[in-house]
Design a protein around this ligand. Sequence first.
Ligand code: S3P
Length: 182
Amino acid sequence: MELPIYLIGYMGAGKTTVGRLLAEKLGWAFVDLDDAFAEINGITVEDFIRRYGVEAFRRREKDCVEKLSELPIQRVIYATGGGYPCWEDNMECLKELGTSIYLRWNSRHLAHRIELSGTEHRPILRNRHGQELLEFVEWQMSGREEFYKQADIIIDAPLGELAEDNDEQIAQHLYQLIKNNR
Ligand code: S3P
């Protein structure tokens, strides 16, 4: 399995943290696509969405993933933006470009993890908190899940109580899975 790996899932799923940890374990490169977007476009995702809206962002985001996929980079893990797989044919594109892995959490855990990391830098969530945040996550997940579920691999996050080392556990689990499939 030397094709690029695309980590997908909702905001707060740990795509960036797990991606970094996994890349370290495998000795692969890691690219956060929100950061790559900012570098390529000279504006952060947050500012771009605030200024031009989500629709314009999705177009640019799509171009950005396509551009990067044309570079001759081997052994790379990408953390995609949470909404990327749910737009147009993006999920199909990801599946053609590499191995997609869905980090699946239930909405309650996602909302909790988002609260911990803060919503102020997440324009889509517009500073929602508590019950309002949970209901919004549930609503978005009900539309997004059908796309996420098409991933080549689905990793279920721990179902028990949340712990600080959840992301490390997930990265370790993925590492073993990838190692055993080589
Ligand atoms: C988004 C998720 C964000 C970012 C943008 C939109 C979404 O990325 O791309 O704010 O629609 O879920 P992360 O999932 O990395 O936070």
